[in-house]
Design a protein around this ligand. Structure first.
Ligand SMILES: [Zn+2]
Length: 331
């Protein structure tokens, strides 16, 4: 995108000055402070960037030749970099950095390891997490759906453990490519991150976006990926978890029908289910959630990423499952 290109141009003097620089774009609904001045005196600290809770930062390490692998860590979470194959973009490695909706506002380090053949270089960036103004939502639901009985509580805990285990795996291959698509063009409630007070008790914040649509509306996969899990859970009802690779997962809940099964390879825009009201739902809607390396991010931030259309040079989805392999990023 030209935006990236402009920023690249604006920033290239800083690269020379500080060695490896990075382009960090904010893929967000809110334009925030993209390029604060680099901090000149601090050791290991090249730059200072900021993003709001629940947003995604696009981090780019320029490659003027020879970089073979880039791997980052932020708040104990992996940031898996991949080669930027956009034809109009300069060479480089890109990483998507997810800010969890409950990450505490403050300044943190993004530690990046840049490998050039045998040589390894550590680069550190400062990322400021800004507070987002999430809504407070008050819900009144039947008591038996809020205060769980012992059996339901045990079931919910089992289901939570199952999901947690699944999402802890970062596939080492990038399955997604090009732009992300909206799974349902319905009425967004805008309640991502909202604090829910149910029957007077504060609950976990809402970790996705709810999209109102008629019962039976087709639900599309947001991008290419592999269906890792299909469930029928107490709260989320009939649900699908799609692994897009490198630690990016999308989730589709409360479905009336699930049209895929575990292990299926899906394409962006492919119909994978139908809108319903299964689990804890007050009416037909899609709950769309996204996890990026363990961070709960606003799914709509995916639509704002500077990866559009389909990437001509992208390789087809690999048939082999490399999720637990150490491996190198895709060529
Ligand atoms: Zn929801």
């Amino acid at each position: 995108m030209t935006q990236t290109h402009d920023l690249h141009a604006r920033y290239c003097h800083a690269w020379r000055r500080f060695g490896y620089g990075a382009i960090i774009l904010l893929a967000a609904i809110f334009p925030v402070d993209l390029f604060a001045d680099p901090l000149p005196s601090a050791q290991l600290v090249d730059s200072h960037y900021s993003a709001r809770q629940g947003q995604i930062l696009v981090v780019k390490i320029p490659n003027e030749g020879g970089i073979t692998r880039v791997q980052g860590t932020f708040l104990g979470r992996s940031v898996n970099f991949f080669p930027d194959t956009r034809p109009e973009e300069p060479n480089g490695f890109v990483g998507l950095l997810g800010i969890d909706l409950q990450d505490e506002p403050g300044i943190y380090e993004l530690a990046v390891e840049v490998k050039t053949g045998e040589r390894s270089e550590a680069v550190t960036y400062r990322v400021e997490i800004l507070k987002e103004d999430f809504h407070v939502e008050r819900l009144t639901l039947p008591k038996n759906k809020v205060d769980l009985d012992r059996k339901s509580l045990a079931r919910w805990k089992r289901e939570q453990a199952q999901v947690k285990q699944l999402l802890a795996n970062d596939s080492q291959t990038k399955f997604w490519r090009g732009g992300f698509v909206e799974p349902v063009a319905g009425k967004r409630t805008g309640i991502f991150g909202s604090v829910r007070i149910m029957n007077g008790q504060a609950r976990n914040p809402h970790n996705g976006e709810d999209i109102g649509a008629p019962l039976g509306t087709e639900v599309a996969a947001t991008n290419d990926g592999i269906v890792r899990l299909t469930v029928e859970h107490f709260f989320s009802g009939k649900g699908i978890f799609v692994d897009h690779g490198l630690g990016l997962y999308s989730m589709y809940f409360h479905l009336s029908e699930v049209l895929v099964k575990d292990g299926d390879h899906v394409k962006a825009g492919q119909v994978i289910g139908k809108v319903g009201a299964t689990g804890r739902a007050t009416g037909p809607h899609l709950h769309w959630g996204v996890k990026l390396n363990g961070a709960r991010v606003n799914p709509y931030a995916l639509l704002d990423l500077p990866f559009k259309g389909s990437v001509q040079s992208a390789a087809p989805i690999p048939v082999t499952d490399s999720r637990s392999g150490v491996g190198s990023p895709e060529p």
